[in-house]
Design a protein around this ligand. Sequence first.
Ligand code: NAP
Ligand code: 12T
Length: 365
Amino acid sequence: MSENQYNVAILGATGAVGTRLIEQLESSTISVKNLKLLASKRSAGKQLTFHGQKHIVEEATPESFENIDIVLASGGGAVSQKFAPEAVKRGAVVVDNSSFWRMNDNVPLVVPEVNEADLKNHNGIIANPNCSTTQMVVALEPIRRAFGLKRVIVSTYQAASGAGQSAWNELVDQTTAYNNHHEMMPNILPVKGEKKHYPLAYNLLPQIDVFEPDGYTHEEWKMIHETKKIMFGDKNSKAIKVTGTAVRVPVLVGHGEAVYFETNDHSGAKTADIQAVLDSAEGVILQDNPKEQLYPQPLTAEGKRETFVGRVREDLETDDAFHMWVVSDNLLKGAAWNTVQIAERLVALDLVRVPEGGADKFSTM
Ligand code: NAP
Ligand code: 12T
């Protein structure tokens, strides 16, 4: 582990992900010299704590990134579009949570358990995948390594907090309103800024992010193309078929996923073989014992860095096909922990620097 100390900035520090970035950085192996907390003008002056010390939140400007080594960004797409190139120009390496840079060919999209090696190709920006993609590939990659993988069909059960602190607050308020026979006032979900809003309390919303012209939501589109880029190195890889349906459920923290997959293995692998591979996989905790009613749940995954897998079983009618149930804390492995984990790996691999010409790759954006 490197003994260097780093100046770190958290962009979007007051948000649902940002507050967890602070906590994950506190318990990381990274030695922080100075921490700068950045948000919009709205939160400038607010105080947050890091290692027991008060830090004042500042409004982010391009100059905020002078003398910064590592930026952990979770301010949203427009914020990362604007500020990530400014930070890289000033020599900082940005690990970005937004979807803005993920599909850029100059930007590695990384889940350390799956494709840590892609970090060495970075040009100053590294993208953190979508939360639902991250936990799915953590569970699928060990299966791909052992048995190959040719097809995935996923149904997601996604928590409100994935859409930010305001969506979290909205679900709490709606639940209270419903229980007290008051009117529910939806303003955020399914998507902030969309034409229509619906209550999530006591409901299910089969829309996460905006609709694409083909009828898929952008969340479903991201799961398809991010999975291909992370696991197969090409966002349009034909080596695997991926599809799915993303649904918002009235849970605060922790996404669930029912995953159907077909392997490339024709040796007759059984449920126990899949379980054995998952049981020894990095970042995975197998919780799978129907006799004891043991299976992953959002409430038991909350606050944990790992991805929990259970309900592993053979498909009854298709050879070499299985089902599993995957749960993780969407704000940790889905966002803040994966981001800090990437930063830890950058430090360990001595990659906390912008390579020559790196900044030029983002200057026209
Ligand atoms: P959130 O709770 O709404 O927080 C948004 C944060 O961005 C706040 O700190 C906010 O600061 C800051 N911000 C907004 N406008 C800004 C500006 N112009 N300049 C600087 N900071 C600004 O949202 P969240 O759930 O933490 O998510 C933040 C972003 O992370 C999302 O938009 C998404 O792109 C990404 N995310 C990714 C994943 C993933 O799957 N990897 C999961 C969740 C979120 P104020 O307090 O000043 O408003
Ligand atoms: N629509 O970073 O609303 O791509 O749950 C993360 C969370 C997009 C993203 C959500 C979203 C992202 C959500």
